[in-house]
Write a protein that binds this ligand. Sequence first.
Ligand code: SAM
Length: 216
Amino acid sequence: MKPRRAAAVGVRNPRKKRGALRTGGWDDDPFTRRAQRENFPARSVYKLQEIQKRFSILRKGDRVLDLGCAPGSWLLYAAEVAGSAGRVVGLDLSPVTIALPAHVTVLTGDVFELAQRPADFCEEAFDVVLSDMAPATTGSRGVDAARSFNLCTAALAVARRLLVPGGAFVCKIFQGEDFKRFIDAVRADFAEQRVFKPQSSRKASSEIYLVGKGKK
Ligand SMILES: C[S@@+](CC[C@H](N)C(=O)[O-])C[C@H]1O[C@@H](n2cnc3c(N)ncnc32)[C@H](O)[C@@H]1O
């Protein structure tokens, strides 16, 4: 995995000058337009904002690991909430090309590698592990759900190894036949566990978020 330190030390407004979101058709909805206005690279930021509003998972000074972080909306939001006393590390198969604040670091890599060798990736512990990872979709709900479940299982393995006791976990999953199994796995590791569908998540999407608080 190649660490990419944010090249943006001293950037005044890291949310400026990023690539435009697609407009027209499927992507042309109120959340997409709002993300454009507010200079976020993806509408997914509003899902994390809703999760934060409901569950208060991020706090000032937190160390946050963001799995599946490209194109970077969650990174920007987590960096804003954690503040410069905090630290945000992102991982994605795809590089993140937007300018980021100095307390954000991005690694290009695969979560399955990270789950196998977390110590090679980083020695530090995190207060919060986020996963908005999604597989490349195939059009078959069953196949996509099975792939999503595999990503979630890797994210949970990473959270088990790198979260501090009492830490929080947020994970997107495509609902399918393994959904209940994953809820049970999260329940086993966290004192509190909730399932949440943000308003900004498209109704037609099978995605839903699991929130675990109080890592055992
Ligand atoms: C919905 S996007 C995340 C959007 C992001 N939360 C944001 O706000 O900008 C899902 C991401 O999961 C990433 N992903 C899928 N499989 C992955 C894997 N095996 N390891 C790391 N990232 C992965 C994809 O590359 C994609 O960028």
